[in-house]
Design a protein around this ligand. Structure first.
Ligand code: FAD
Length: 347
């Protein structure tokens, strides 16, 4: 690595956003990305996000990503269900990453080194004045930012053939007993992403998931085979503001973006958009190869989280009802549907 350049460790949403947004600023920068994998990969993820962001990727960057449109968001439980007109897109993470790689390489913006898993200690002498930690929730982020990820949730999920192509809703099935929910996400190419997540340890997620499958069949006639061999993954969910976002080690700055600083949404665990926007916000705080306005990054990030992610009624309410059985019972058993719809109307 050349000295006096910016190093981005992790070439996925957050890292690639930082790179693209830095390149757009047209300040003379020598910047390189190091990605552990040998190419685009299917990062465990539902791949769901708001239509505004999806449309922006298509129009501004002309990315060729398949977008599956879901018209309604269904919040449900064993007691009740509410259909909300909240549209969402879902895409393939592998294709999204590939398209972002292509955008960067076609325009010759920044060099991407694949197959380059950096080790914080062993590769330390190679790091530059400013290092962007975009490595997600993993050991590198933990070491570089000296973080202890708080309250890890457990997720189990699988992407499988969609048995109900004509069904175009996204379902969150709340299970307050496990402080979590099961989900059904229609995905592109005739697939669905289906799974279950909980904030509690030692919970029999498979048992709860099975109940969800029975409910899906009973209510929507959707039949999913029980033995799916779900994949397990951890994610820090309940974060209301970013914790530690940077660290200076031996005069080298390590600054985090995306999952590395726990930016997943507190209600739905959605982290794609926060990962992208944290990269954009960070890039505008970088003044030169060796100068970064960290206060600006921090305050702009907080502003973004408050204005865009964390102030949404829908997200706050989902967060409350998954965590708090009293609120849950009030909303799902006592209140009439029309009132709930009114409550959840704003997005
Ligand atoms: C089961 C599940 C479902 C989810 N569903 C959704 C959803 O539907 N919608 C949504 O918005 N969010 C969802 N999320 C969250 C979303 O996946 C993350 O918030 C998002 O991927 C964060 O992007 P990132 O770029 O910060 O990190 P990541 O996507 O984790 O990327 C980190 C990159 O760094 C690379 N890397 C790691 N270590 C090194 C190293 N030492 N050297 C070099 N490279 C390294 C990795 O290979 C990887 O490519 C889900 C998460 C899970 C677990």
């Amino acid at each position: 690595m050349e000295n006096n350049s910016i190093t981005i460790i992790g070439g996925n949403i957050a890292g690639l956003s930082t790179a693209i947004n830095l390149a757009e600023r047209e300040i003379p920068l020598n910047c390189q990305i190091y990605e552990a994998m040998s190419g685009p990969w299917d990062k465990p993820c539902g791949g769901g996000f708001g239509i505004g962001w999806g449309d922006m990727l298509k129009t501004k960057y002309n990315l060729k990503i398949p977008l599956k449109f879901s018209k309604t968001l269904i919040l449900a439980s064993k007691f009740n269900r509410i259909e909300l007109p909240v549209p969402l897109y879902t895409t393939s993470r592998k294709i999204l990453q590939r398209e972002l790689f292509n955008y960067i390489t076609d325009k010759d913006l920044i060099k991407i080194h694949l197959n380059s898993r950096l080790n914080f200690k062993k590769n330390f002498q190679k790091f530059t004045d400013i290092n962007v930690v975009a490595t997600g929730i993993n050991g590198f982020s933990r070491q570089a930012l000296n973080k202890r990820f708080r309250e890890l949730g457990t997720f189990k999920y699988k992407i499988v053939e969609n048995p109900a192509e004509s069904f175009t809703s996204t379902i969150f099935y709340m299970i307050p007993e496990i402080k979590g929910y099961a989900w059904f996400f229609p995905s592109p190419n005739g697939k669905i992403d289906i799974g279950i997540g909980s904030l509690l340890n030692s919970i029999d997620l498979d048992k709860e998931f099975h109940k969800f499958l029975i409910w899906l069949k009973k209510v929507y006639g959707i039949i999913i085979k029980r033995d799916l061999n779900l994949i397990t993954w951890g994610i820090p969910i309940p974060i209301s503001k970013p914790g530690k976002i940077f660290r200076i080690v031996n005069k080298k700055m390590f600054v985090g973006v995306g999952d590395a600083i726990e930016l997943a949404d507190p209600a739905t665990a959605a982290g794609i958009e926060p990962a992208w926007y944290s990269g954009e916000i960070l890039s505008s705080a970088i003044q030169s190869q060796s100068k970064i306005d960290i206060k600006k990054y921090h305050s702009d990030l907080l502003k973004f989280l408050v204005e865009n992610n964390y102030s949404s009624n829908v997200q706050q309410i989902i967060a409350s009802i998954t965590r708090n059985p009293q609120i849950f019972h009030l909303i799902f058993t006592l209140l009439p549907n029309y009132f709930i719809k009114h409550l959840l109307k704003t997005q």
